[in-house]
Design a protein around this ligand. Structure first.
Ligand SMILES: Nc1ncnc2c1ncn2[C@@H]1O[C@H](COP(=O)(O)OP(=O)(O)OP(=O)(O)O)[C@@H](O)[C@H]1O
Length: 263
């Protein structure tokens, strides 16, 4: 099937829609008037030079910036049409629906089992021990980690290798049944083999969730994503089908970046 260009932000039917988003840290503006749509069954990559605002914008999508005292977000961000910055939005629930995987794997200092079971327990997703066992197994399977850990679920999550820890963090995000998974440079602390496994996993997860990945690595963006958004100096310069962005960028700044002229 031929990919079509993303529709404008005011169209309905998108998993997430951000419109005219500005983000400030104190009086410094980090994001300027960004509008973008995020769709199911797609991996969307955010690329751009260091400091351009990729992570800041990513964190607006599940209100992670709420945890930064100086951060202020303006604009409209919707999940299935619902304003995620509305006072009635339950932020704990939002972060389960829009899960996040960080740059540095950050398992809890608990067992592998508990790392995955923690979220479902908080959200009351399992009625019995058997239910919970099922959720843990399914999540670890989806994260491609089950075969490696099924005989040692009570070992500490922090004793796993870096790549396994990152897949454990993905299992933890999956366990609460998210709709969107945000990944902030999930491979930057991993070696090439562990990176390849995560990329393969992203490919497999794509059909189930909307995935947004921040990456410094343009080859990675080209390999894993169907849509690419290029950020520069806090603005969204260009957003489109990944192949188009990499082979036929419309903006000079995008072209300069992908050809390595800066960044
Ligand atoms: N907690 C913070 N307090 C103040 N300023 C911040 C904070 N986090 C980020 N910034 C600033 O906001 C701008 C965007 O940073 P951000 O981390 O979002 O960029 P990025 O594109 O993800 O960069 P990198 O690729 O280096 O991670 C930068 O100027 C940065 O210094």
């Amino acid at each position: 099937m031929t990919e079509t260009a993303p529709a404008p932000a005011n169209d309905t039917g998108h998993k997430m829609s951000a419109k005219n988003v500005n983000v400030f840290y104190g009086s410094t503006q980090a994001i300027r008037d960004v509008s973008i749509d995020i769709d199911m069954d797609h991996v969307t990559a955010f690329i751009g030079p260091s400091g351009c605002g990729k992570s800041t914008f990513l964190r607006t999508l599940n209100r992670m910036n709420d945890t930064v005292a100086s951060a202020r977000v303006e604009g409209d961000i919707r999940l299935d049409g619902e304003d995620i910055y509305s006072p009635s939005m339950d932020v704990v629930q939002l972060r389960a629906r829009v899960g996040m995987v960080f740059q540095k794997p950050n398992p809890f200092p608990k067992s592998i089992y508990e790392n995955v079971a923690y979220g479902p327990r908080i959200h009351g997703l399992a009625a019995s021990k058997a239910d919970m066992d099922g959720i843990v197994e399914r999540s670890l399977k989806r994260a491609g980690l089950w075969e490696e850990v099924k005989d040692r679920l009570s070992d500490s999550g922090t004793a796993l290798s870096g790549g396994q820890q990152q897949r454990l963090c993905i299992a933890r995000a999956i366990a609460v049944d998210p709709e969107v998974i945000l990944m902030d440079e999930p491979c930057s602390a991993l070696d090439p083999i562990a990176t390849a496994k995560i990329e393969e996993l992203i490919h497999e997860l794509r059909g189930r969730y909307a995935i947004v990945i921040v990456t410094h690595n343009m080859q990675q963006a080209a390999r894993v994503s169907q849509r690419t958004a290029f950020f520069h100096l806090g603005t969204l310069v260009e957003y489109g089908v990944t192949d188009d962005i990499f082979t036929n960028p419309r903006q000079e700044r995008t072209k300069d970046y992908i050809t390595g002229r800066y960044g």
